[in-house]
Design a protein around this ligand. Structure first.
Ligand code: IPD
Ligand code: CA
Ligand code: CA
Ligand code: CA
Length: 264
């Protein structure tokens, strides 16, 4: 049997709560931020500090493991166990004082997702999963809504920061989905979107131009709750891809069909 990393999920949750408390303490405060590659793609001192807090705790407990983190990038460790972390998913919401943001942590053994934690500090809610052991919202087992249909579901999406490059493609997808969906939501945190798919609240979710840290934990949450996650060709999702469509099996397939009909 393949070696599986021995990680206590309660320890990971305690790190999230500590970092989440720091984020809440600074929420709506006067925080420093700057633009990244695009004017509207922001990073704040809270993103950076949250990330260094998490990396410090991972390195303290698991000095041999490697870490891919949004702001710092990949480290130099060459371990088969890799943590993929987004210390603050929903930075734009956070900076504008809109109270939806999450912490997303996934642990991979080679290509296999082993563990996922998505934490919503504002509500003190944990979405967790382990490979083969289901997905949970705190102590409640999650299941996607098997009966869900696109026409009566709310489905979520997000919009890339590069409006010049991507607007047309995004609008083409929306043109296909808006008339067919029960409703569209945009939370501003892809990790939370996927957690809400796992919880059966969103029937599905799609987005382009995402990064591994946005989706690494959420994909495991969705799959372990009985949902599907693929790229826009229907291939099983890989972390190197930038596009994702996820949902309960029925809504996933409907979304996929209509996204494929859109002009790209
Ligand atoms: C962003 C959020 C957002 C998605 C963006 C991501 P960040 O992550 O997940 O929902 O639409 O594409 O970049 O930058 O807030 O960590
Ligand atoms: Ca970011
Ligand atoms: Ca993110
Ligand atoms: Ca982030």
């Amino acid at each position: 049997m393949a070696f599986r990393p021995d990680i206590d999920i309660e320890t990971v949750k305690s790190w999230c709560r500590e970092v989440g408390d720091y984020q809440l303490d600074n929420f709506e405060g006067d925080i420093d931020f700057e633009s990244k590659d695009q004017k509207i793609n922001l990073v704040s001192e809270v993103d950076k500090k949250s990330e260094s807090m998490l990396i410090e705790r991972i390195a303290g407990e698991f000095p041999d493991h490697s870490v891919l983190a949004e702001e710092r990038g990949e480290d130099r460790q060459k371990s088969s166990v890799r943590w993929i972390i987004d210390p603050l998913d929903g930075t734009v919401n956070y900076i504008h004082g809109f109270p939806i943001f999450s912490i997303s942590i996934a642990v991979f053994q080679e290509e296999t997702p082993e563990l996922a934690v998505v934490y919503l500090p504002v509500r003190d809610v944990f979405f967790t999963s382990r490979q083969g052991e289901g997905s949970w919202r705190d102590s409640e087992r999650l299941q996607v809504d098997d009966q869900a249909e696109l026409s009566t579901s709310i489905v979520a999406t997000g919009f890339p920061y590069d409006h010049q490059q991507e607007s047309e493609e995004v609008l083409n997808y929306l043109e296909e989905i808006i008339p067919r969906a029960g409703g569209i939501r945009r939370t501003g945190s892809a990790a939370y979107d996927l957690a809400l798919v796992a919880a059966g609240i969103f029937g599905g979710f799609w987005e382009i131009k995402l990064s591994p840290w946005d989706v690494a934990a959420g994909i495991l949450l969705v799959k372990e709750a009985g949902g599907l996650a693929s790229d826009f060709s229907g291939r099983d999702i890989s972390l190197s891809g930038e596009e994702i469509v996820a949902g309960s099996p029925g809504v996933h397939d409907e979304l996929l069909t209509f996204l494929q009909q859109a002009v790209r």
